[in-house]
Design a protein around this ligand. Structure first.
Ligand SMILES: Cc1ncc(COP(=O)(O)O)c(C=O)c1O
Length: 476
C-alpha cells in the first residue's frame, strides 16, 4: 500500500513514522494483510536512513500491528490491537473537532529546543550575550509588592514610557517618524500582524505575501479566513507588477527579505508605495532584524518614504534581545491607532507590564543601544566569515544570495546537489551540524532547493569547523 507519510523537522523521525502508520491502521486506511512498503524504499522516499524506518517497523511489530514473513516483507496483522495510544481517551469519544483550517497548520517543531554541536539553524539570536543580570535587576524592581500598578490592568497600547522610548529609538536608528501614542506594544511580530489584519480585514479579504516568504504569518492569515495572494520576489524584492488588484494589504520584509536575504531596492519601494496609493491598500513593513546591517548604506524604511499614511511598521525584540520575551511593536498610522488599540484589547488586553517597564528603562539608560552595537560587531564577523567560506569552499555546491543584513545567509543548491539536498542535510546532522533547508521552514511555491545558514546561535570560533563538516556532507 502506498501510504502517505509526511515528515517535518528532524526530530524523532522514527516515532513520527510509527505514529502515522499506526494511525493509518486504526483509521482503516490500511487493512489486515496489506503490505508495508519495503523499508529501503520508504527510507528513500522520505529521505531518511533505513535504520529510521526499521526502528518504526520494529515498534509496530513489537506492539502486534504488523507481522513479518521472512523474504516476503512486512504486513498488517490480522488482529490489530485496539488499545488507545497515549493521550487518547476511549471513554470519551472525540465528538468535537477543530475547524479543518487547523489541519494543515503544524505546531512548531521542538527541533528548536534540541542543542546542536554546530548550530546553523535560523531565527535564533545568541542568548549568551543577553544582559541577564541587568534584566533580572530591572524586573526584580518591578516585582516588589510596593511597586505601583501591579494589581490593575494596563493600557492596551502598552506602557507609555516604553512606547515613547521606542519612538525615540527608531527615529534615531531607522529614521521612522512617529510618536509614542502611535506605537502599540505587542507579543512579538506575530501578534502585531494579528492585530493589524484584524483591524483592517475580514474573512474573504485578500492579503498579498512574498513568495517565498515567512510562514507563520501566512498560517495566521489563513486561519482568519483571508485569501493569500502569493507574489514572487526577484533580486529587487517583491515583484510589484504581479500584485493582485484584490489585495487590500501587502505584507513585506523589505530590509532583509525572509528567507532569501536581499533588501528591496529603492525603486521597488517607491513602486510598491505608488501601487498601494493607486489601490488604496495598506503596506505592512516587517523590519524584524534590520538593526543588524553590515556595510552598505541603509535603505530608507517604507514607513519613512510613505507620504500617504498607509505604511504600518512592525518591529521585534526577538533578535535584539530574546525571542522568549515575546516583545514587539506596531508603528501605526494615526488614522488606525484607535482600531489597533481595540484589536489588541480584545486579544489579550495588553502585554506583560513588568517586562515592558524593564525594557523602557533598558532603552532609556542607553543599555539597549550599547547591547545592539556589541551584537552588531559579533554578527558582522560571523556574517563575513560564513559568506567568505561559502564562496571559497562551496563554489560547485552552492550559490550564495548576496545579503548585507540579519542573522542568516541563504544559498541555492546547484545541480546535481539540489536533488540530494535532504540527504545532504541529514548526513550533516549525523555529523552534529544542524542547518535548515529553505523549503522546510519558509512558505511558497517558487522555492528552489536551498539552505539557510543561520549564524545567530553558533559561536564564531565554531563556524569554520561546522562548515567544513557541512562541506564533507556534500561528498558522502
Ligand atoms: C520575517 C520575520 N519576521 C519576524 C520575526 C520575529 O517574529 P516574532 O517577533 O513573532 O518573534 C521573524 C523571526 O524569525 C522573522 O523571520
Amino acid at each position: 500500500v502506498d501510504v502517505h507519510i509526511s515528515l517535518e523537522g528532524r526530530r524523532d523521525l522514527s516515532g513520527e513514522i510509527y505514529r502515522q502508520l499506526r494511525q493509518a491502521v486504526l483509521d482503516g486506511l490500511m487493512q489486515p494483510g496489506d503490505a508495508l512498503p519495503p523499508s529501503r524504499e520508504l527510507a528513500k522516499r522520505l529521505a531518511v536512513s533505513r535504520t529510521t524506518v526499521s526502528v518504526a517497523y520494529d515498534r509496530l511489530w513489537a506492539e502486534g500491528f504488523v507481522t513479518s514473513r521472512a523474504g516476503a516483507g512486512t504486513f498488517i496483522a490480522e488482529h490489530v490491537p485496539l488499545a488507545p495510544a497515549p493521550g487518547e481517551d476511549r471513554a470519551r469519544p472525540a465528538s468535537l473537532r477543530a475547524r479543518p483550517v487547523w489541519e494543515d497548520i503544524p505546531l512548531p517543531r521542538l527541533a528548536f529546543a534540541r542543542p546542536a554541536k554546530f548550530d546553523f539553524r535560523t531565527g535564533l539570536p545568541d542568548a549568551s550575550f543577553f544582559p541577564f543580570q541587568t534584566w533580572r535587576a530591572l524586573l526584580a524592581d518591578q516585582l516588589r509588592s510596593e511597586a505601583g500598578g501591579n494589581a490593575i490592568y494596563g493600557d492596551p497600547g502598552g506602557f507609555l514610557p516604553l512606547r515613547e522610548a521606542i519612538a525615540r529609538h527608531i527615529a534615531v536608528s531607522r529614521g521612522v517618524v512617529t510618536s509614542g501614542e502611535n506605537v502599540v506594544i505587542t507579543n512579538g511580530t506575530q501578534q502585531a500582524l494579528d492585530v493589524i489584519v484584524r483591524t483592517l480585514l475580514g474573512p474573504g479579504d485578500t492579503i498579498a505575501v512574498e513568495d517565498p516568504g515567512y510562514a507563520p504569518p501566512q498560517m495566521l492569515f489563513r486561519s482568519l479566513g483571508l485569501v493569500l495572494d502569493r507574489v514572487p520576489v526577484d533580486r529587487h524584492g517583491l515583484d510589484v507588477e504581479r500584485l493582485s488588484e484584490a489585495a487590500r494589504v501587502v505584507y513585506v520584509t523589505p530590509s532583509h527579505q525572509y528567507p532569501l536575504g536581499m533588501s528591496m531596492s529603492l525603486q521597488r519601494r517607491l513602486a510598491l508605495l505608488a501601487w498601494a496609493e493607486a489601490h488604496n491598500a495598506a503596506v505592512v513593513e516587517d523590519d524584524y532584524d534590520s538593526e543588524f546591517r553590515f556595510g552598505g548604506r541603509p535603505i530608507e524604511p517604507l514607513q519613512t518614504l510613505d507620504r500617504s499614511g498607509r505604511v504600518i511598521y512592525v518591529g521585534s525584540f526577538s533578535k535584539t534581545l530574546l525571542p522568549t520575551l515575546r516583545l514587539g511593536f506596531i508603528v501605526s498610522p494615526p488614522s488606525l491607532t484607535e482600531g489597533m488599540l481595540r484589536a489588541k484589547y480584545v486579544a489579550d488586553w495588553h502585554s506583560s507590564v513588568a517586562h515592558q517597564v524593564a525594557l523602557a528603562r533598558f532603552i532609556d539608560s542607553g543599555g539597549f543601544a550599547r547591547h545592539i552595537r556589541r551584537l552588531r560587531t559579533v554578527y558582522e564577523a560571523r556574517h563575513d566569515l560564513v559568506r567568505t567560506i561559502l564562496q571559497r569552499d562551496f563554489p560547485e555546491q552552492l550559490e550564495v544570495i548576496p545579503s548585507a543584513a540579519g542573522l542568516h545567509i541563504t544559498a541555492l543548491a546547484r545541480p546535481p546537489y539540489a536533488a540530494r539536498l535532504p540527504d545532504i542535510i541529514e548526513r550533516a546532522s549525523l555529523r552534529g551540524v544542524e542547518v535548515h533547508e529553505l523549503a522546510r521552514i519558509a512558505a511558497g511555491a517558487s522555492i528552489g532547493p536551498a539552505v539557510m545558514i543561520g549564524f545567530g546561535a553558533i559561536p564564531t570560533d565554531r563556524i569554520a569547523q561546522g562548515l567544513a563538516l557541512l562541506r564533507e556532507s556534500f561528498q558522502s
